[in-house]
Design a protein around this ligand. Structure first.
Ligand code: ARG
Length: 470
């Protein structure tokens, strides 16, 4: 806005009014107001303690920054629309309130390290919030799994019935992915745990700044290692976007399964009315909109990742104004996750499994076939021969329109002599291929046997409770 000098102006430079609004980032970065005030407070305290500015200036700045923070929290401090960005607004406001003391806030600092710091501080809470939301999702899935350890259903490969499994085991597969997702946020947070302050514009400062003290005061593990890198790289934002993308890719897959399972065609579960919606024209419908919208949000999350990568590709070191575009992407990501994760928890809590329908899906489709081959193997038949004998038994059962448990000794013998050579009776086989027996036998680590699944649920609950919010 004409009349208010930019931080970099000592007299009006005649900036074209058409580019003034274009260059401004205030509408986006005013969201960093509180964070920037906290970073500025740590900076001025260090400037005072290091003797870079007079103690009276640092005390006045500290007092005023703390008053401004209280006003920002209560909503009474509104960035002035004429400021180029939130950083400029704060310095201009300090100068308006304090005169010369206000003008000393920027000693040893540039907006380049200031904005890099703000993004690190913003990401610190974003990483924590994502991790907490994922724990809530794991917890909701464990609650549902605990009730369905012996709810038998087919597992699928290629979306075709594969082998007997349980709903709990399937839900724990989702938990396993979510646990890694949470780990990605934690790992990225550890790498981002460096304080850029003191990097100034590009090569640091010649003033005797105490970078360790300011890093400590802001809760970082250490100062960043290279001033040029710290001001010019936004890979922490990329890592956040990549972790968010992997997370939502997983949630989208789970939601796709919920959509399929709750369809009339599968009929494996209903979604309670709290998490399904009606149609404005078709009175009979309940639609899985929550699951669909989570699936749909993958588009914008992946979009933000691509934006952050593309914004940085080809940028020469150090800071370039292109980097200003990082914020819109990161804020959109955190807003999206803040909506998606609680919605996913609500959706999981609204699932009403229909065990009879799941078990009925095991009656056709010969999901127990691999178990028969394994029974033959256990009796000494080489696997490939066991596979062939079982395939012949399937053909016999299919011709008769029954499942494998219903074949008699004669039919087994006709299918393959492997059965009688291995000493397998139809009566033994019938018990062996019951879904509960097939699942119970899979008691290796990582398998669906109820004993294993209960152990895994207990491990996950322990992990959720021990860790609390990450
Ligand atoms: N608003 C800018 C950003 O978000 C702050 C840094 C401006 N630095 C500069 N040298 N123009 O990136």
């Amino acid at each position: 806005m004409p009349g208010v000098l930019k931080l970099w102006e000592t007299s009006p430079s005649g900036l074209d009014t058409r580019v003034e609004a274009f260059l401004s980032s205030l509408s986006v970065d005013s969201r960093l107001l509180e964070i920037d005030l906290e970073g500025s407070a740590a900076h001025v305290a260090m400037l005072g303690a290091s003797g870079v500015i007079p103690g009276s200036h640092s005390e006045a700045l500290t007092r005023t920054l703390s008053a401004m923070l209280a006003e920002a929290r209560s909503g009474s401090l509104k960035p002035d629309a004429s400021a180029e960005d939130v950083h400029s607004f704060i310095e201009q406001e300090l100068t308006r309130r304090l005169g010369d003391a206000g003008k000393s806030v920027h000693a040893g600092r540039s907006r380049n390290d200031q904005v890099a710091l703000d993004m690190r501080l913003y990401l610190r809470s974003a990483f924590r919030e994502a991790g907490g939301g994922i724990l809530d999702a794991i917890s909701a899935l464990c609650d549902l799994a605990a009730e369905n350890v012996e709810t038998y259903m087919p597992s699928y490969t290629h979306l075709r019935r594969a082998q007997p499994s349980t709903l709990a085991f399937h839900l724990l597969a989702w938990c396993a992915a979510l646990e890694r997702d949470r780990g990605r946020f934690i790992d990225a947070a550890a790498r981002a745990n460096e304080c850029p302050l003191g990097s100034a514009a590009v090569v640091g400062s010649g003033l005797p700044l105490d970078r360790d003290a300011v890093a400590r005061a802001l809760g970082f593990s250490r100062p960043s290692r290279n001033a040029m890198d710290a001001t010019a790289d936004r890979d922490a934002c990329v890592e956040y976007a990549a972790a968010a993308s992997t997370l939502i890719m997983h949630l989208s897959r789970f939601c796709e399964e919920i959509i399929l399972w709750s369809s009339a065609e599968f009929g494996f579960m209903d979604i309670a009315n709290a998490c399904s919606t009606g149609s404005s024209i078709m009175p009979q419908k309940r639609n899985p909109d929550v699951a669909e919208l989570i699936r749909g949000k993958t588009g914008r999350v992946f979009g933000s990742l691509v934006s952050l990568l593309t914004i940085q590709k080809g940028l020469p070191l150090g800071y370039d104004r292109d980097l200003q575009e990082d914020k819109a992407a990161v804020f959109d990501l955190s807003d999206t996750l803040a909506g998606v994760l609680p919605a996913f928890v609500a959706l999981v809590q609204a699932l009403k499994p229909k065990p009879e329908a799941m078990e009925a899906a095991l009656e056709a489709g010969f999901a127990e076939a691999t178990d028969i081959a394994e029974l033959l193997v256990a009796k000494g038949v080489p696997f490939r021969d066991a596979y062939g004998a079982t395939k012949a038994a399937i053909a016999a059962a299919a011709a008769k329109g029954v499942n494998l448990a219903s074949l008699g000794d004669d039919e087994l013998a006709t299918a393959s002599d492997a059965f009688s050579l291995a000493g397998i009776k139809a009566s033994e086989l019938a018990g062996f291929v019951q879904p509960a027996a097939c699942v119970a036998r899979r008691d290796l680590v990582g398998g669906p046997a109820p004993v294993r699944v209960r152990e895994e649920i207990a491990r996950l609950y322990g992990f959720i409770n021990e860790d609390g919010a990450p």
